[in-house]
Design a protein around this ligand. Structure first.
Ligand code: SOE
Length: 384
């Protein structure tokens, strides 16, 4: 492959995330041709041999495995990419790090802070490169928000507001457990919307606005029992169906976050708004190419919210795609994450969020769940 270096990928799991990651590995060389490294789809691993073979054919993986332990011992694999349900992240990540593999892990890093700790220790002890797929940071409009905040355009920040609203679990007939639906099974997922959806909002929020110091939360489980796919019986539901929390950031600003899977009409309404002393910004995943910006310093007669279509070549990532004015989408965020990961290998720098950084998000999630349970404010333990 010319003078390129290969990053040989072993993917574990072939669900929705397995597809987003595979697509990203395939697209990166086309749109980031300057990179020294090229991902090679060496192997995909899952228990069902027939289905994993079909997935390998569809996406162009060279081989398949049905046991992840076999995958991590393979000498022809450089990086293990974990796309399994959350309860398997720790065991696979730790073993992969101990085998000297690079580890990429789907979010959230783990189910609890305690489960995440040995994962962080393992990658650090082995000195292996690692990252967690919090893809929304790499929406160009969100990256532009980061640049505006870091450049001081907003001034002192007072408020951070975020939502992640969905409506796909309203039916009581939906079982818990099984493909996709493991997200409703607390043993597999670790929590409900807090770990699945708010984790995205928290990752983005702390990246944009710094650490979250303490939280006060309420959660609700609207449907108390569902059939479990594993046992075939009706069982108690232990996940949070909805969660609302407010918080203090360490920069003195106040945050308010809401997530639910019971907001009829909303499929993935992931939004944030940030209000600073000079300017405000807001973003909405359903219109992901736009960043809205209000600057109080504008001449008063034309002052108002600007709707910035983030598609110009001098805006983040957009020189890689089409021509100004043409949109990109959800899948591109994963392509950007792979590109940044490959750059981090070239530059020998960490690729954010690392396991250690993702553990900070885990700390906030855990404090949120704890606060809701005990009906009290909780310190997150995040100290920056
Ligand atoms: C849940 O429905 C889900 O697929 C999450 O698991 C993803 O992380 C989120 O990006 C979209 O919603």
């Amino acid at each position: 492959m010319n003078n390129k270096k290969e990053l040989r990928i072993g993917l574990v799991g072939y669900g929705f995330m397995g597809r987003t990651h595979s697509n990203a590995y395939l697209r990166v060389p086309n749109f980031f041709p300057e990179l020294e490294y090229v991902p090679v789809l060496k192997a995909v691993c899952a228990r069902n041999e027939e289905r994993v073979k079909a997935f390998a054919d569809q996406w162009g993986y060279e081989s398949v495995e049905t046991d992840w332990k076999a995958l991590i011992t393979r000498k022809d694999i450089d990086a293990i990419d974990i796309c399994t349900p959350n309860n398997m992240h720790a065991e696979i990540a730790i073993a992969a790090a101990q085998a000297g593999k690079i580890v990429l892990c789907e979010k959230p890093l783990a189910r609890t802070v305690a489960e995440a700790q040995p994962m962080v220790d393992a990658v650090e002890k082995a000195g292996v490169r690692n990252t967690v797929w919090y893809n929304y940071r790499r929406v160009p409009a969100v990256t532009l928000a980061k640049q505006l905040i870091d450049a001081g355009k907003l001034g002192k920040i007072f408020h951070y507001r975020a939502n992640f609203l969905q409506d796909w679990t309203i039916s009581p007939e939906l079982p818990q457990g099984g493909e996709g639906l493991w997200r409703l099974d607390n043993d597999a997922a670790g929590s409900g919307v807090t770990g699945d959806l708010l984790a995205h909002c928290i990752d983005t929020a702390m990246w944009l606005n710094g650490g979250i110091k303490d939280v006060s939360a309420v959660t609700e489980t609207f449907i108390k029992e569902r059939v479990h796919t594993g046992t075939g019986k009706k069982q108690k539901v232990d996940i949070d169906d909805a969660c609302i929390f407010h918080c203090h950031f360490s920069n003195g600003s106040l945050g308010v976050f809401e997530s639910t899977r019971y907001a009829r009409g909303h499929k993935a309404l992931n939004t944030f708004e940030i209000n600073g002393e000079h300017a405000s910004i807001r973003w909405d995943l359903h219109d992901l190419n736009r960043l809205e910006y209000f600057d109080h310093r504008d001449e008063s007669i034309v002052r108002g919210w600007r709707s910035i279509h983030v598609t110009d070549a001098d805006q983040p990532f957009m020189d890689k795609w089409w021509v100004p004015g043409l949109s990109i989408g959800y899948e591109h965020t994963f392509v950007h994450q792979v590109a940044d990961f490959l750059i981090s290998i070239e530059d020998n720098t960490p690729c954010s969020p690392t396991f250690k950084e993702a553990q900070e998000t885990q700390k906030v999630c855990e404090a949120v769940l704890d606060s809701a349970k005990t009906r009290s404010w909780k310190d997150t333990g995040v100290t920056w």
